[in-house]
Design a protein around this ligand. Structure first.
Ligand SMILES: [Zn+2]
Ligand SMILES: [Zn+2]
Ligand SMILES: [Zn+2]
Length: 276
């Protein structure tokens, strides 16, 4: 049965593949002093009382993100896909093993296994690599319900250019990043079930492989989510300017944003947090 209790989510990174500021860019957002215009690569940490933490993605900023959160007790990691901004921090999982001395459980879609093993040959193959490798136990996710560290996790695929991305639903909370659209069968499956959805929306204008902010807002409406949070933002998105034009119930993610997904039995209460 899906988890119905309170879920705590931390946005570890709210940025697109380059991060924001972009190296060498002198645009207003990259030069902005506002902390909410500074975005590390997209990742979240999901936790609940009595459940192990689940880390979603391990991008190039992982070390800094976990240091900021002072968090080392992670044993379960799910990957959305194998683009560099979502997995090039895998080597930093070594420190987690040094901390708890238990192997790390890494969960990936069958669509991503071959590329994972190719790209991280030194971890999964016999290459004669002399350094310390992350101690990883690999698990292949099924489409639909999976058990991940005691959680029931609903796993679907979304189109993202030439690849498919894995999106995940923990009961009434879901995370979907790096997709162009929601296929009808996924929308039909998830509609009305999600209280809080964090979904990518890279910028205002359309993008070839990513959903734009207006497209993501339409997905929130279609899925009837109560609280929609847009992440994976590029340097075209100024936090203050963009936030003020968003519809009620829709917010922009920012780095280190804490999100409380209320237990299902409390959802009749208006739990959309006030904007600050
Ligand atoms: Zn990405
Ligand atoms: Zn810029
Ligand atoms: Zn991607």
């Amino acid at each position: 049965m899906s988890f119905l209790g309170k879920i705590n989510v931390k946005i570890l990174g709210s940025g697109t593949s380059t991060g924001v500021p972009v190296i060498g860019c002198d645009c207003a957002v990259c030069q902005s002093g506002h902390t909410r215009n500074k975005r590390k690569r997209a990742s979240i940490l999901v936790s609940a009382l009595g459940r192990p933490k689940i880390l979603v993605d391990a991008g190039p900023d992982l070390r800094q993100q976990l240091l900021e959160e002072n968090c080392a007790d992670i044993e379960h990691i799910v990957l959305t896909h194998l683009h560099a901004d979502h997995c090039h921090g895998l080597d930093d999982l070594r420190s987690l093993y040094f901390y708890h001395h238990r192997p790390l459980h890494l969960y990936v879609s069958p669509l991503h296994v071959d590329e994972l093993k190719t790209r991280f040959n030194y971890i999964f193959g016999k290459t004669g690599y002399h350094g310390t490798r992350p101690q990883i136990e690999l698990h292949i996710l099924s489409e639909g319900m999976n058990t991940v560290g005691g959680w029931q996790l609903d796993h679907v695929h979304l189109p993202h250019g030439h690849v498919q991305t894995s999106a995940f639903r923990w009961g009434h909370f879901a995370y979907a990043t790096d997709f162009k659209s929601f296929p009808k069968q996924v929308s039909d499956l998830w509609r009305g079930k999600i209280h809080t959805l964090i979904a990518s929306g890279i910028r205002d204008r359309p993008h070839q492989t990513h959903s734009s902010i207006p497209e993501t807002i339409n997905i929130f409406k279609d899925l009837e989510v109560k609280r929609g949070i847009i992440s994976h933002l590029s340097h075209e998105v100024d936090y203050i300017q963009t936030l003020k034009d968003l519809p009620i119930g829709t917010e922009l993610a920012y780095d280190r944003m804490p999100i409380v997904v209320p237990p299902l039995n409390a959802i009749s209460i208006d739990c959309i947090e006030k904007r600050d």
